[in-house]
Write a new protein. Structure first.
Length: 132
């Protein structure tokens, strides 16, 4: 259940292809090898209303939060997080070069006692792998 949510300032629209950005995050998550493919979700939420620092409306931000289930030790989570952050950060290098920009990434662990899920994508991927 790795769910990535990217909130970003609307002023990034001219600087960034968000379809490409969510794909960079998805690919990096797959590359870590620690997340089940059928559970990976990456979504982007455009923020129309925001205030940053001294209020200059040319500043931009992208804040990514990863929610994941319990069961991975700290070293594994850190290694995966660093890999994903590096990939996203490299993808955003042109934004850093051409604007005032803030990037953040936080990982949150969901308590299995208070997290409910229903998903048939895992079964579909297994069937596809078997039957082509």
């Amino acid at each position: 259940m790795p769910h990535f949510t990217l909130e970003y300032s609307a002023n990034l629209d001219g600087l960034l292809d968000m379809d490409q950005t969510v794909e960079v995050v998805r690919e990096a998550a797959v590359e870590t090898g620690i997340f089940p493919l059928g559970g990976i979700r990456v979504r982007a939420v455009r923020c129309e209303h925001y205030a940053i620092a001294d209020g200059c409306n040319s500043y931009g931000f992208l804040d990514m939060v990863l929610r994941l289930g319990e069961g991975r030790d700290l070293a594994t989570r850190k290694k995966a997080g660093e890999h994903i952050f590096r990939a996203l950060s490299a993808h955003l290098d042109p934004v850093f070069a051409n604007s005032k920009f803030a990037l953040s990434f936080d990982m949150q662990i969901n308590d299995k006692e208070t997290s409910w899920k229903r998903n048939n994508i895992h079964d579909a991927l297994k069937a596809e792998a078997v039957h082509g």
